[in-house]
Design a protein around this ligand. Structure first.
Ligand code: NAP
Length: 241
């Protein structure tokens, strides 16, 4: 059985992945900011947990000691979704998106690396990009830049850490999680966005968690340096017109 560190563990995708891994008998160390929600999930799953803010490098660095000396994988499931047209983007908007999506991912890997290298097998890192990197959308300049950086990180670290650690990312389209709550607050808008997907629906956390759990485990032992879409076909298919 593996031992996995999940940063952003109480979120829609993080918690769905944590539940899948726990059901498979794996040991988990969970990380988020809200202590009450984190402790409730850790209690439910029999996991360890640490409160930390991924925007604070020292707090990420402290996770190494908390998670223990051996890790088989890291899932970094923290992200932002603050959409603005370019004319209204402030430098701090872009820096915050970069800080949480890209720099936080890099620093989480850095903190976990000594323990990942102690894995008896090939350890696995799973990060998150977005459909908005391969398919351009208006008002996505900042998040597109930040998630594009995650994709660069995947190939850079995939090369740097091979053959001891595999590094991959998942690029979801709009998925029903707390992160997307604002966009999905209007049911007519949610239905209109769902209809833009060739598979005619929005993502559910479990759609993404299934791939995350697979990529973390030894079944994915020959997959590294990849960005894999879980997007109802939105990034690659056109079914109308
Ligand atoms: N949902 C989508 O439509 C969608 C689409 C494309 C890509 N993604 C990507 O998928 C990943 C998971 O997203 P999600 O939808 O599951 O998000 P979510 O439901 O909002 O969950 C985010 C998780 O991260 C934690 N978190 C947020 N800010 C943090 C911080 N500064 N430090 C530490 N933990 C923090 C949250 O808990 P606390 O608030 O307690 O810290 C929560 O556990 C993200 O990288 C996101 O960009 C999602």
């Amino acid at each position: 059985m593996g031992h996995y560190l999940i940063v952003g563990a109480t979120g829609g995708i993080g918690s769905a992945t944590a539940r899948l891994l726990a059901a498979g008998g794996h040991r988990l160390h969970l990380v988020a900011r809200d202590a009450a929600r984190l402790q409730a999930l850790a209690g439910e799953l029999g996991a360890g947990c640490s409160v930390a803010d991924a925007a604070v490098p020292q707090e990420l660095a402290g996770l190494a000691a908390a998670a223990g000396p051996v890790l088989d994988g890291l899932l970094y499931a923290v992200g932002t979704l603050a959409l603005k047209p370019l004319a209204r983007l402030a430098p701090e908007d872009c820096l915050q998106d970069f800080r949480l999506n890209a720099l936080g991912a890099a620093l989480a890997v850095q903190a976990a690396l000594p323990a990942l290298k102690q894995s008896p097998g090939v350890a696995s890192v799973v990060l998150f990009s977005s459909v908005a990197v391969r398919q351009g959308f208006a008002s996505h300049a900042s998040i597109g830049m930040a998630k594009g950086a995650v994709e660069g990180l995947v190939t850079s670290l995939g090369a740097e850490l091979a053959p001891k650690v595999r590094v991959n990312a998942i690029a979801p389209s709009l998925t029903r999680t707390p992160l997307a709550r604002g966009l999905l607050a209007s049911e007519p808008l949610a239905a209109a966005i769902a209809a833009l997907h060739p598979l005619q629906r929005l993502g559910e956390p479990g759609d993404v968690a299934e791939l995350a759990a697979f990529l973390l485990g030894p079944q994915a032992g020959w997959i590294t340096g990849q960005v894999i879409g879980v997007d109802g076909g939105r990034s690659t298919l056109r079914t109308k017109g």
